[in-house]
Design a protein around this ligand. Structure first.
Ligand SMILES: [Zn+2]
Length: 397
């Protein structure tokens, strides 16, 4: 009875000797099982190949380390079709093959490391009779199996491109724990249905408006509440707003002009120096030829012309080899949009002071420090608004 507590619980393991010194208890044990099962084909074999010794550590006895010298054997596999010809005998789950600690000792060390950290665990382990280094404790922690994650209840699903435009997978995220839950090999409804049926705990699904996920959620988890996620709602809203604004560039310009007028600051156009015309003896000036149209301008005019002739968007797009959205933008906008030009000219924080800066620049004050802070030692920044308050009073430079 006592031996069953003190010694590893392995059937057929015989205790041969017990020796002690000041620090360690040395046990010598021998495996006496008549046969051993091949780890590959599981067929029992009694044909011994050779014998050898291995050493494992076990739980301490009264704070004394326990070291077991095991006499074990190698066996021939008796299954001729098995790839493994020779194997070492297994001693059950208590003393696993190739391990240098019994499972119960490794478990205790793991608990020590999890509760105290590796360094503190290593210090205490020596006093407890199972000395181990901090690095070993870390290694034991890394190999310790993680507890199974709790079943997800509220998930988010979206597709991700394995090959953009061609192959898509699906990513499922546990929204309560904000962690990825699973990756599906494709974004088809059937795959999503199978996943949902294997996870009957789902009560909420956040998804985009794709039909495959909608169908999958409806058929795979009819009990779940489906919601459109905020990311896609705002994304769709932004796209729709941009498409709407692109149809009305003239209105955008008018709104921007009104905004400038509302600020009460007239933005002066840069002074244009009239070109110096040298006097010549010729009395007549040849007519100025207009610049030739670019290919883009020619195409834009073609689009408007076809539209005036009654062509629809698709016909024009095919004929001009343009995207149908570009054709729509040309026709609805009524003018050729500038490349790379923003739809709205945003007003910067400097805009209210442009007139003053322009005037001072022309007067010769081109020092940015003086322009920013003209009246020392007066306060540089106006506290309430954090703007260049001194500029409104005039520059002192
Ligand atoms: Zn075998």
């Amino acid at each position: 009875m006592l031996a069953s507590f003190l010694l590893p619980d392995v059937p057929g393991l015989r205790l041969d000797a017990l020796l002690t010194d000041d620090q360690t208890i040395h046990l010598t044990m021998t495996s006496t099982q008549s046969t051993a099962a091949c780890p590959l084909c599981a067929e029992a074999s009694g044909r011994i190949h050779s014998r050898y010794q291995r050493t494992v550590r076990d739980l301490p006895w009264a704070s004394h380390s326990v070291q077991i010298r095991l006499h074990v054997r190698r066996f021939f596999c008796s299954n001729p079709s098995c790839e493994r010809k020779i194997f070492i005998e297994r001693l059950g789950a208590t003393i696993r093959a190739f391990k240098r600690r019994t499972e119960r000792l490794a478990s205790q060390l793991c608990q020590l490391a999890f509760r105290l950290s590796a360094e503190a665990g290593a210090c205490l382990s020596e006093q407890l009779g199972m000395p181990v280094s901090a690095a070993t404790l870390l290694r034991l922690q890394r190999h310790h199996p993680l507890p199974p994650p709790p079943a997800p209840q509220i998930i988010g699903v979206d597709d991700w491109s394995i090959r953009k435009g061609r192959t898509y997978g699906a990513l499922i995220v546990d929204l309560e724990r904000k962690k990825p839950s699973d990756v599906l090999p494709d974004a088809k409804a059937e795959t999503f249905i199978a996943w949902l049926q294997a996870h009957p705990t789902i009560i909420g699904i956040s998804r985009d408006r794709a039909g495959n996920f909608a169908e999958g959620a409806l058929r795979g988890a009819p009990q779940a509440i489906q919601v459109a996620d905020r990311f896609h709602l705002f994304g769709n809203l932004g796209d729709a707003l941009q498409r709407l604004l692109e149809r009305h560039p003239a209105a955008l310009r008018a709104a921007a002009q009104q905004d400038e007028e509302h600020t009460g600051v007239e933005i002066e156009a840069p002074a244009v120096t009239p070109p110096v015309v040298e006097a010549t003896m010729e009395t007549s000036t040849p007519p100025v030829e207009s610049a030739p149209l670019t290919q883009r301008e020619q195409r834009f005019r073609e689009v408007l012309s076809r539209h005036a002739d009654g062509w629809n968007y698709s016909q024009i797009a095919r004929e001009q080899k343009l995207n149908i959205r570009t054709v729509k933008r040309y026709i609805l906008g009524g003018e050729l949009p500038k490349r790379g030009a923003p739809l709205l000219r945003l007003t910067s924080s400097v805009t209210p002071y442009l007139a003053y800066l322009e005037r001072r620049w022309q007067e010769g004050c081109q020092n940015k420090t003086r322009l920013m802070d003209p009246g020392r030692p007066r306060p540089r920044w106006h506290a309430p608004n954090g703007v260049l308050c001194q500029l409104a009073r005039g520059c002192g430079c």
